[in-house]
Design a protein around this ligand. Structure first.
Ligand SMILES: CC(C)(COP(=O)(O)OP(=O)(O)OC[C@H]1O[C@@H](n2cnc3c(N)ncnc32)[C@H](O)[C@@H]1O)[C@@H](O)C(=O)NCCC(=O)NCCS
Ligand SMILES: Nc1ncnc2c1ncn2[C@@H]1O[C@H](COP(=O)(O)OP(=O)(O)OP(=O)(O)O)[C@@H](O)[C@H]1O
Length: 289
């Protein structure tokens, strides 16, 4: 698949929610080591404007992923990935051509593209969209991907495959195959503890504290990953705010560390959190009269 195929209107709200999440992740500022409105984090080849271009290039493909899922909803989940992949690769190509071959969103396209496809499959079978259903469907689509593409070493040599062989890191594939377990276990249960930007900063810190982010290892080795995890854990253990995040940003930039995998999972969390039930009114300390 090269050019964009003819597409009709989206059948679910997922493509729209994904675009909103990508924009929200990008605009969230400060973000340690990552591109945001203040700076380019640990990156020399990309900035906020380039990310915006990348989001525009990705946008039409999200409906393609959703519609592939919708039309193939009754095919077994295990046959879906190979049918989705040509569109995923074409979307990556559109991103690379919009950014002058800079990798702004490869991980994001993979994780969020799968969620769009999962939503399409659920809608095609007239099943309601929920956090659990979307995660289960994504996991079903990706069953066996780590064993097939990383464990056998058959995948074309990618950063992810090398890191699996050396450190058993399963990266974006492992997260998707687990049905985004890191997000479900470490982020969503705490989503309504905060609101506004602080809600998203809290989620990003929680992700950085636990995520086996292969980006960090390919840039800074296992020590780089440990440094980021430790730094996020320490920040969460004391009162924190923008000043602490800016301090982390300075340290990550000095060490050239960019938690790109956690940025991708933050966007995944934003999409999934939209399906969480609203918190009970008492959670906002409402006076009962
Ligand atoms: C799986 C992909 C992304 C391969 O990449 P690679 O081997 O380099 O994997 P790896 O996991 O190391 O990193 C890729 C990107 O994922 C993100 N990432 C890294 N670690 C994590 C993590 N723990 N959790 C989530 N995302 C992560 C980062 O942004 C990183 O740049 C991919 O290019 C691919 O298979 N593309 C084909 C298109 C496709 O199948 N699309 C399907 C859905 S549309
Ligand atoms: N705001 C963000 N800033 C930086 N990276 C992000 C951001 N949001 C998501 N990412 C993710 O981080 C990944 C880019 O990371 P990185 O630049 O380390 O990868 P690379 O280009 O493969 O490696 P390198 O730059 O070391 O050659 C993208 O695939 C993207 O999905």
């Amino acid at each position: 698949m090269t050019g964009l195929p003819a597409i009709s209107s989206p059948v679910t709200a997922l493509p729209e929610k994904v675009i909103a999440a990508l924009r929200c992740e990008l605009d969230l500022t400060p973000k340690p080591g990552l591109v945001d409105r203040n700076n380019n984090g640990a990156h020399h080849d990309m900035d906020h404007a380039l990310f915006m271009k990348s989001i525009r290039a990705i946008t039409p493909w999200l409906t393609v992923f959703e519609q592939l899922g919708y039309r193939q909803a009754f095919l077994p989940a295990e046959s879906q990935l190979s049918l989705l992949r040509p569109a995923g690769l074409a979307c990556e190509e559109a991103m690379f051509s919009a950014t002058g071959q800079i990798n702004t969103h490869q991980g994001g396209i993979f994780s969020l593209g799968l969620l769009c496809c999962a939503a399409g499959r659920l809608a095609g079978r007239k099943e309601p969209l929920s956090t659990t259903a979307l995660c289960q469907e994504t996991s079903a689509i990706c069953q066996g991907i780590v064993a097939r593409e990383l464990a056998t070493g058959q995948v074309t040599p990618s950063a992810g495959a090398r890191l699996y062989q050396r450190y058993s890191l399963t990266g974006a594939r492992g997260e998707a195959e687990s049905g985004f377990l890191t997000v479900r276990r470490y982020v969503l249960p705490y989503w309504h503890q905060e609101s506004g930007d602080r809600q998203h900063h809290n989620a990003l810190l929680r992700l950085m504290a636990v995520n086996a982010d292969s980006n960090l290892v390919s840039r800074g080795g296992i020590e780089g990953l440990q440094y980021v995890r430790h730094s996020a854990q320490q920040t969460l253990m004391a009162p924190w705010g923008v000043a602490e995040l800016e301090e982390m940003d300075r340290h990550f930039i000095l060490r050239r560390l960019s938690p790109g995998g956690s940025a991708d999972l933050l966007a995944v969390a934003m999409v999934l959190a939209d399906f969480l039930p609203s918190p009970p009114e008492s959670a906002f300390g409402k006076i009962p009269w």
